[in-house]
Every structure is written in C-alpha cells, then in structure tokens.
Write a protein that binds this ligand. Structure first.
Ligand code: PEP
Ligand code: MN
Length: 344
C-alpha cells in the first residue's frame, strides 16, 4: 500500500500516521520528494483493508498494491487449476476443465420440454460437447417471460444424463434451491445477474459441486475474481469463470464480448476461463467468429446455445445455433484448437 500525502501535510500528521501503522503491525517507509511525500507500507495489510486511511489528516490518496483477491490469484496458486467433473452422476468418463482439452458446454437456453431437451442434447453430444447446458430456473428481465420448468426441468435433465451419459450444468438463482440443484447438477451455474449475490456465492461455496460464475453485465474483471473469492473462501475450490459479454454503448450486439478478459484472468488467476459467445453477441451469425477468437485467446472452453427451431424457442431464440451450423462450427473449432496446442 502506498499513502500519498498532501503537500500541506505537517510533520505531526506524518508522525501520527506512522504511529498508527506501527500499532497495526506494519512497517512504514517514508520517502520525501520535492513535490510529494509518500509512505510505502510493508507487512500483512489484510487487517487494515477496512480502515479508512484516506480520512487521516494530511493524506491525499491511498493506493492499494496488494490484490484484494487472494485465493483466486496466481500468487496464491501458481499452477493452473484443473477441475475434474467426476462421473458419479453421469456414469461417463470424467470431464477435465482447465487442462489441454477445450471443453464445449452446449445445449438449449432453457429446458423447454423433455423431447426438445433430448433432441438438442443428442445433437450437442454428437458434435463433441462434453457437458450439456440448460436452465431450469431462468433469470428473465420480464416477470411475464418464460421462467423455466423449475424442478421438473431438473428431473428431465437427470433423465437425459442417465440416458446419454453426459454431465450437466444448470443455473441456481436462489439460496433456497442450492441444495436441490446441487443434487442434480454436475456443475452449478451462477448467472451474470447473480454474480454479486453474495449470499448465493457463499451458499455454493459450502457445497462440493463445481461452480461456474458468469461475469456480470456491468462487472469488472476484479469484481468477477472477488466473486470467485467468495466461493473459494467458503471452502469450494472448484470454480470456473465465464466471460459472457458486458454492457457497453454498442447496440449492434446484445453485449460486448470482452475477449481480453481471457488473457487478463489467466494472468491474474489460476482458475479456468470459459467464453459464452451466445449471450455475449445475442446473434447466431456472430457465434462462429467469436468462438474461434475465444479459443485463440486461450479460453479453456465455450458455452453455446443450440435450438432446432429458434423461432419457437421460449428464450434466447435469436442467438441459438441451428444443429447443422453447430456441427459445422465444431469441425472448424478443432482446427483452431490444434493451432493453439489444444484439442477439442
Ligand atoms: C444462461 O446461460 O442461460 C444465462 C441466462 O446467461 P447469463 O447469466 O450470462 O445471462
Ligand atoms: Mn440463454
């Protein structure tokens, strides 16, 4: 931490700050320049993070050098985290996220019916998806829009998993549902709108099902990492991050895919990173190019939405890929994966 002092700061004020820092077990190092005097603070600063040093007389500003996320940071855990989805629920071979393989999670936006879930999941699996995505609890902007099938949707997902032998990822929106969703899901999704629902993050931190956290619509990368920190600090080490576009002034796409988040997160954190080009762009025709770019940027996986009749989809039809387009894209993505030393 660096404390920048006002030009007008008196010796007495500086001594007072020094004394306080020492009292808190820290070592202040004063450097007096011709323009500014700054105090470099050395030591374990976790205890003073909540202290408002800015209000001390003579202080102009305080800069934090230490990262606020600890367990999510590279400094804490140098090697990349590799998460294995065990075959307990699916009966399939384990799925490894964060390793050499790029993991495709594909499926419908929502579980709409048993039949359509089975049809789309079969297609997703045939194209190479290792995990089926589908929401039973849907975070919709309008209360009048389709809200998801709830528990029935989870039951269809479990039935599909039994039959196809493929794990599932599905969203939980409410702390009261965490236990139930965890019984069904192989990976629990925290949606963009709940990225900073701290009680929900704590609740999924207390279970032992891997958690995928989607970046909030207006959240910084640091805030995303802090959300991961919530889950990790509660004891769940299996956290996957997902860039799904952020809201900007650009109306041509549903959101703006911040691809630079992938290398930034890789630099800052050991956690695996996925990209969801479906929600990021909102248009099916933009998904192939953004999927390729995501793999080239170093993503550990993708999350895609598929629907055989997008015009009849109960949610997110405009961004759904038709099955044959998804199949073609998967072939193209294999080439990109190979070019960056990965496999799909
Ligand atoms: C979803 O994956 O179905 C979803 C609602 O995504 P997001 O939370 O990123 O909007
Ligand atoms: Mn969707």
């Amino acid at each position: 931490m660096i404390i920048v002092l006002k030009k007008s700061a008196t010796e007495e004020q500086i001594r007072h700050i020094e004394e306080k820092l020492r009292e808190w077990g820290l070592q202040p190092n004063i450097s007096r320049g011709s323009e500014k005097t700054v105090i470099g603070v050395i030591g374990d600063q976790t205890a003073i993070r909540s202290r408002p040093l800015e209000v001390f007389p003579g202080v102009e500003s305080v800069m934090t050098v230490l990262k606020p996320y600890k367990r999510a940071s590279r400094e804490f855990h140098e090697d990349p985290t590799v998460i294995t989805i065990p075959p307990v629920k699916s009966g399939c071979s384990p799925v490894v996220i964060g390793g050499r393989d790029i993991v495709m999670m594909a499926g419908p936006c929502s579980v709409e019916s048993r039949e359509s879930l089975f049809e789309i999941s079969r297609c997703a699996q045939a194209g190479g998806a290792r995990i089926i995505r589908a929401g039973a609890f849907k975070p919709r902007t309008s209360p009048y829009a389709f809200q998801g099938l709830g528990k029935k949707g989870l039951e269809y997902l479990a039935e599909m998993r039994r039959e196809l032998g493929i794990p599932i990822i599905t969203e939980v929106m409410d702390t009261r549902d965490v236990k139930m969703v965890a019984e069904y899901a192989d990976v629990i999704q925290i949606g963009a709108r709940n990225m900073q629902n701290f009680n929900l993050l704590k609740a999924v931190g207390q279970i032992r099902v891997p958690v995928l956290i989607k970046r909030g619509l207006a959240s910084t990368i640091q805030e995303l990492l802090m959300s991961a920190e919530y889950v990790l600090s509660e004891g769940n080490p299996d956290v996957i991050l997902c860039e799904r576009g952020i809201r900007t002034f650009e109306p041509m796409t549903r959101n703006t895919l911040d691809l630079s988040a992938v290398p930034v997160i890789k630099r800052e954190s050991h956690l695996p990173v996925l990209v969801d080009p479906s929600h990021a762009t909102g248009h099916w025709d933009l998904i192939p190019s953004m999927s390729k770019a995501a793999i080239a940027a170093g993503a550990d996986g993708l999350m895609l939405e598929i629907h055989p009749k997008p015009e009849e989809a109960l949610s997110d039809g405009p961004q759904a890929l038709l099955p044959d387009r998804y199949m073609n894209l998967m072939k193209e993505l294999k080439t990109i994966a190979k070019a960056v030393g990965r496999s799909l």
